[in-house]
Design a protein around this ligand. Sequence first.
Ligand SMILES: [Zn+2]
Length: 181
Amino acid sequence: MGASNPHPHGQLWATRHIPTTPAKEQELQDAYLRERGLPLLVDYLEVEKREGTRILLENEHFVVLVPYWAVWPFETMILPRAHVRRIVDLSEAQRDGLAAAIQGLTQKYDRLFDVSFSYSMGVHQAPYDGHDHPEWQMHLHFYPPLLRSATVRKFLVGYEMLAEAQRDLTPEQAAERLRAL
Ligand SMILES: [Zn+2]
């Protein structure tokens, strides 16, 4: 999904401050835990499990779903079933479950348009700032750019840049298509 030359690569960012997106997630997760007494994303997964329409893959330790707020056409999230604050806290069995979930999802992505499917994937987890952060639930985001085919991608333009995101398909439609592959 890089701009110059398509190639797989990974990056790890370690900063002295918490960047805007994880900072916002932390603020909301912290408020939710104080109000409701349980982590936001642990509770959210229960909602998704009850509804079932946006889940496309699951195993003993992880669930792959299209979040209801998805902006990218086939945006997904991988959530642990248990409360896990950081990736290093995963047990060996959970680690294997995460690997299987990633493999299952990326195989579905590749089959969607019969192409090596590009995406940005990232792990969000509790910061290392000396605090426990019980509000945090580690999770993965996948942001793929392709919309209708291997060559037709989504651009965030116009109203989306200046006002708010517009959806090309519903999260339920995206989950259904990925689940069927
Ligand atoms: Zn996140």
